[in-house]
Design a protein around this ligand. Structure first.
Ligand code: PMP
Length: 418
């Protein structure tokens, strides 16, 4: 919060605190506002606070010496290429490797149909840029990934949610939404889904529902945007084939190295039907000219020089233990009337508090008790999610997770006694 005395102390030397350009921004910039809970997260990053809030992968578990050697080799052996401009579609050899990575999940793709992006976040931006006019409807799950909502909103999309349960999006609800939109004469541009280990809900779309979702989308002539950054981080059960593997012409598939290697390289990708891919490349060119050739060459070398499948197995063992620590603590301690999802992979558990509680209002008290989470309201474009919170188990250790849940339960019990 701004201290009102601040402007009196330094009247005009720094210019006015009131933004002089406020009347000049494009309409699309009006929806770009910092999240209300951001200030609290600054507090939440203090060492005494157990943060169950952020979704940061545990990069400390990476083989740092090996990666250091790879970085050095890239400079020493391929420096004149690695330090030069590259293309907006991305390094062709890296794109071959990306096809190999997608092959692990049953996707059969050609490197030509892949575009490298600055994390899958840039792919979300490019797809929206290419497809969405102001007022177009984008359908997504209820709840959904907060930064996807922000991206859609930045292009003035009308973001509508579709009901979800423990098996992912409810196909009948999707069908009903599409019928309603058609009856209202609305243009729906795509259905955005996170089918595996959903962020924030933690659930996975069942195989049977995947087929039905694709059938419904095909019937309504609707494109599917499948966002799958967590798919390889599975701790239990059988993998479910991606939507893209069943419907190559109706799905834009997004992947990322952020969770299976490191978000620091900022390398993700989109796999799209050829005509769409061509548009995405043109949009990427005007957004950033070319990718970091250097980062791509480091990742490319890592994928050849390092046993990356083993590394993912190591991550999965670590995250499985942390997931179990969280579910075990929730089972043992949470008061009656509170429910939560049981993820088979990924980073997140979605908690629903008893009727009458408000996770957002409770957050300052939780931070006071040295535990942080993300209130559910941020994961909706509408006014929902008050009774919800997202808990992450990726970054804190198992002991910290148990302690964090213990503190959280104290806060919830304190609320119910009020
Ligand atoms: N989609 C989802 C569902 C995510 O959870 C994230 C990261 N939190 C992203 C996309 C963006 O990831 P990145 O840009 O690092 O690939």
């Amino acid at each position: 919060m701004q201290d009102p005395r601040e402007s009196q102390r330094r009247p005009s030397a720094q210019g006015s605190r009131i933004d002089p350009y406020v009347g000049s921004y494009a309409a699309r910039a009006q929806g770009m506002v910092a999240s209300e809970v951001r200030a609290l997260f600054a507090v939440a990053s203090r060492p005494e606070v157990v943060s169950l809030a952020g979704g940061m992968p545990n990069v400390g578990a990476l083989p740092m010496d090996d990666i250091g050697r790879i970085v050095w080799q890239v400079v020493a052996e391929q420096g004149s290429t690695a330090l030069q401009y590259g293309s907006a579609q991305g390094d062709p050899v890296l794109r071959e490797h990306i096809c190999e990575v997608m092959g692990e999940e049953g996707i059969d793709a050609a490197a030509d149909d892949v575009i490298v992006t600055v994390g899958s976040q840039q792919a979300l931006d490019l797809v929206t840029r290419v497809f969405v006019d102001p007022g177009d409807v984008v359908l997504c799950e209820a709840p959904t990934y907060v930064t996807a909502i922000n991206t859609f909103a930045a292009f003035q999309a009308d973001v509508r949610h579709v009901e979800m349960d423990d098996d992912g999006v409810v196909p009948e609800a999707l069908d009903e939404s599409l019928r309603r939109m058609a009856a209202e004469g609305r243009r729906v541009k795509f259905f955005y889904t996170i089918p595996n280990f959903h962020n924030p809900a933690g659930v996975t779309l069942s195989a049977e529902r995947r087929t039905r979702v694709l059938e419904i989308c095909r019937r309504h002539g609707l494109l599917v945007l499948e966002d799958n950054p967590y798919g390889l981080l599975r701790y239990d059960g059988e993998a479910v084939p991606p939507l893209r593997s069943q419907a190559p012409d109706n799905v834009i598939y997004l992947g990322s190295f952020s969770k299976t290697l490191s978000p620091g390289f900022r390398i993700g990708w989109a796999l799209a039907p050829a005509a769409v891919r061509a548009k995405l490349v043109l949009a990427a060119e005007s957004a950033m000219l070319s990718h970091s050739t250097f980062n791509q060459m480091v990742v490319r070398r890592y994928l050849t020089a390092h046993a990356w499948r083993e590394q993912i197995k190591n991550f999965n063992e670590m995250y499985r233990e942390r997931r179990d620590a969280m579910l075990g603590a929730l089972d043992a301690l949470m008061p009656a009337g509170t429910t939560w999802t049981r993820p088979d992979g990924g980073f997140f558990v979605w908690v629903t508090l008893p009727e009458g509680l408000d996770a957002k209002a409770m957050l300052p008290r939780a931070v006071n008790e040295r535990v942080a989470y993300v209130p559910g309201t941020g994961f909706y474009a509408s006014d929902e999610g008050r009774r919800n919170m997202r808990l992450s188990f990726c970054y804190p250790t198992s002991d910290q997770i148990r302690e964090g849940v213990r503190r959280l339960v104290g806060v919830i019990e304190g609320e119910t006694e009020l």
